[in-house]
Every structure is written in C-alpha cells, then in structure tokens.
Design a protein around this ligand. Structure first.
Ligand SMILES: Nc1ncnc2c1ncn2[C@@H]1O[C@H](COP(=O)(O)OP(=O)(O)OP(=O)(O)O)[C@@H](O)[C@H]1O
Ligand SMILES: [Mg+2]
Length: 351
C-alpha cells in the first residue's frame, strides 16, 4: 500500500519534525539487509508542524546537506507522511475484489474522510476477507494532496526522486517485522515517539488492526515544559533535557521530564483504551522507538500507565552493520530515531 509506487532502490528518507534521516540498505540473501549509508540533518522549529511541511526550502536544504556527505548511487527514495493530514481508518464492507474496490474506493471513502474527497489521495489495504459474514476488513488511508505534493517538491528540489510515499505507521511496522519475526504471532503495539508526533500501530499477527498518529505528543512537549518551567530558551531547554557527558540532567529538569512523560504515557494509554473498546485482542507488549524513547525513565512511565512491558526497538537488530565503516557508539545513539527510515528503506514495490 502506498500513494505512489515503483522502483527498486533501498533508500528511506524520513522527514521528521526535528530532523531528516536518510538510510540506505542493501538486500543480502533472501531476507537479510546491510546498512550502506546513514545520514541526518536537523531542522529548525516550525519547518514541519504536525506533519505538514511549512518551509519546503528548509527541508530541501537539510536533504542537500545530508547528500553532501554521502555517496548515493541511486536517486530514488521512499518517504512517509504522518500527522494530522493523514487519516487512517479500518472499515468493514461487503467482500469484493481489489480491482472493484479500487474503482469504488473514492465513493466508499467519502463518508469516513473529514476532508474534501477531491483534495486527498486515497489508498487501501484489504486486511482480511471473512467469508462467514460476507464482510471484509479494509484499512483506508487518505492524505491531503497538498501535503504529498510538498514532500515530493522538497525531495525533488534536493535532486532526489520520490518513488514511494508510505505512511509512518506502516514503515514502523515493516521495520518491526524484519527485526522481530519472533513476535509474528503476538499482538503488540509498535510506537514511535518523535519530537511532535507519536505513531501508534497495534500489530496483530502481521496485521495493522488499529493505527493512528497522535499529534503534539512527543519530545517537544517535554522541551517546552522545561523552557517554561525554568524560563530559559528553547535551545537551552533542549540541551538541559538531553544532558549528556559532563552535564547530567539536574533534579529540577528531571521533575519536569517525569510529569511530561506521564502526560505522553496517558496519551498512549488513551489510544490503547480506545483500541480495547473496539473489542480488540489483548496486547502483550509495547515496542518503543523514536528519539523520545531515550528520555530517562520514559519506558517505566509508560509501563506504570499501561501496565504493559515496554521494549525499546533496535531497528538494526537484523540489519548487518559493518563496524569498520560505522562507529558503534554513533549507531547505538542514533538507532531509536531512524526506525522509520529503516522501515522505509526496506519498503519496495510489492512489499
Ligand atoms: N537523549 C535524549 N533524551 C531525551 N530526549 C531525546 C534524546 N535524544 C533525542 N531526544 C528527543 O527525541 C526527539 C527527536 O526524535 P525523532 O528524531 O524520533 O523525532 P522526529 O522524527 O524529528 O519528529 P516527529 O517524528 O515527531 O516528526 C526530540 O524531541 C529530542 O529532544
Ligand atoms: Mg519521526
């Protein structure tokens, strides 16, 4: 499922609120992957808001700065859209073929999409065709054309070419499935908490049964609370939050981190409650990624709110990384933030 498809390259370009991430993988053997290139570039606040590109030129510049340091052989990339302009909905409808659905989807979707149907790109994935009641489950996705066009423009202005536009929650799921095949028969929530968006996907036996993006839920919230609480600049607040060698996080900052982490955990719990109210399978585990997963005690906070065990995702668990080429510390440091980019890099046509 994708809004645009074609091509065989393995470059994932994740345009996030705080940074752009590029990951190039090489397919090795039947199911294996190797890391070939990795690059990131920071974005200034308000370049991306709730998943919409506000400043296209700034995104292009960030992509160019990544490209300046890498030797890419191909120009085609897979990217993803997330946030408030992306609508995801699971619907039930009478069984029909994919072809027939492709023709009628516009009409079917109209009742579920809160935007003008002519202003969105639509796609769908049939989740299951149950013959018992003659119904089938369909995952419907709609994204504003304007949003998609902004992504395509930002990327093409940097000299690259968009071959696939995926959605964040699916890229997350693809990344999860190649790295954690041992959970294929379970029902887990795969969550990516970034700077301002939380991608949330309940994956049950390989099927995305409940997915949504929570906006204004992420690390920026923590930074903003520190900024307000201590009356300091945003940059200073970000530094005080992340801490690092020589400047450990101070108790006053830790207090704010704790209370804001609880608020983000409560958002996650609300989505889980909503999912459960639809009669969904019991969840056994939360798989967590995104830069905010590195917040001190964040996993404990989620466990306290949800009562579920939390495991931090390693997007390179089943991706070979040559330690002669890549610095291990850097890879471990960056890993949580590139989960979606890895998921995009493995996303090829028909995948
Ligand atoms: N060591 C750390 N401790 C706490 N927070 C951190 C740490 N490292 C990164 N972060 C936070 O992670 C966030 C960035 O994560 P990520 O790169 O996944 O987000 P993004 O993709 O840019 O944004 P989004 O997905 O919301 O559009 C920032 O809020 C940053 O402050
Ligand atoms: Mg992100």
């Amino acid at each position: 499922m994708a809004f645009l498809s074609g091509g065989k390259q393995l470059i994932g370009l994740d345009i996030g609120t705080s940074s752009v991430k590029l990951v190039e993988l090489k397919a090795v053997g039947k199911r294996g992957y190797q890391l070939i290139n990795l690059g990131t570039a920071n974005l200034q606040p308000d370049t991306i808001v709730d998943g919409d590109i506000i400043n296209t030129a700034a995104v292009t510049d960030a992509i160019k700065s990544i490209l300046a340091n890498l030797k890419l052989k191909t120009k085609g990339v897979t990217t993803a859209v997330s946030g408030h302009s992306v609508i995801m909905k699971k619907i039930n409808m009478p069984i029909t073929t994919d072809e027939a659905l492709a023709e009628s989807i516009q009409w079917e979707a109209e009742q579920y999409i809160p935007f003008n149907i002519n202003e969105v790109n639509l796609d769908f994935q049939v989740l299951e065709r149950s013959t018992a009641d003659g119904q089938m489950g369909v995952f419907l996705v709609a994204a504003k054309k304007e949003l998609i066009n902004n992504y395509i423009t930002a990327i093409s202005d940097a000299g690259l070419h968009t071959t696939i536009i995926d959605i964040g929650v699916f890229a997350l799921q693809n990344m999860f499935e190649i790295n954690y095949p041992e959970y294929i028969n379970d029902t887990v929530v795969v969550i990516n908490v970034g700077a301002s968006i939380t991608n949330f996907n309940v994956v049950s036996k390989g099927i995305p049964i409940f997915a949504r993006d929570l906006t204004q839920s992420g690390g920026n919230q923590i930074t903003e609370e520190i900024q307000k609480g201590l009356n300091i600049s945003r940059e200073e607040a970000e530094k005080r939050k992340v801490g690092g060698s020589g400047s450990p996080v101070t108790p006053d900052v830790m207090e704010i981190i704790k209370s804001t982490s609880e608020a983000i955990s409560a958002d996650i719990q609300r989505s889980i409650d909503f999912y459960l109210s639809t009669g969904g399978e019991k969840i056994t585990k939360i798989m967590l990624s995104g830069g905010t997963a590195k917040t001190p005690n964040f996993t404990d906070s989620i466990t306290q709110k949800t009562g579920l065990p939390v495991e931090i995702i390693n997007p390179f668990k089943n991706v070979a990384v040559n330690t002669k080429v890549f610095d291990v510390n850097y890879i471990n440091e960056i890993a949580p933030t590139v989960s979606i980019a890895v998921g995009l890099a493995i996303r090829r046509t028909g995948n």
